[in-house]
Design a protein around this ligand. Sequence first.
Ligand SMILES: Nc1ncnc2c1ncn2[C@@H]1O[C@H](COP(=O)(O)OP(=O)(O)OP(=O)(O)O)[C@@H](O)[C@H]1O
Ligand SMILES: [Mg+2]
Length: 144
Amino acid sequence: MIYKTTSARQTLALGKKFAKKLRGGKVVAFYGDLGAGKTTFIKGIAAGFGIKKNITSPTFVLMKVYSVRSRQLAVDRLVHIDCYRINRASEIMAVGADEYFNDEKAVVLIEWAEKIKKILPKKTIKINFFFGEDINHRKIEIKK
Ligand SMILES: Nc1ncnc2c1ncn2[C@@H]1O[C@H](COP(=O)(O)OP(=O)(O)OP(=O)(O)O)[C@@H](O)[C@H]1O
Ligand SMILES: [Mg+2]
């Protein structure tokens, strides 16, 4: 499914709506150039899960784990991983991030997931971000 947004706010709203379809055990991979809107969409997901904390990319720490209280979605952790700075998948494994891939109560969101292609689970949902005609336009493709 392809969506078009014309502002960061719309991308946030799309992320928030998408969060409603997520359940514990889901892994979502985000692809797209710098500034394409991956983190913006993830902020929307976090808002959808009721996370009040400000979400910033874990570019240097590689992973951030947020507590979620959602019985309805059967989720108790939102895990945000950013692979931008890494060169090999083992760096992500070194911080224990892959241990969340099979955690039925965690939702795992991975920016620059192409860097860890070989360890991504088969079930991973893929979201591609593209720049559009206008500076604030984005095309967002969600692949199940
Ligand atoms: N339609 C849009 N959707 C998302 N972001 C938009 C849109 N229009 C403008 N922007 C702006 O583009 C930037 C997107 O930044 P964001 O951090 O989400 O990108 P990113 O893909 O995570 O980049 P990085 O690879 O550096 O992590 C923000 O400054 C945001 O305000
Ligand atoms: Mg980002």
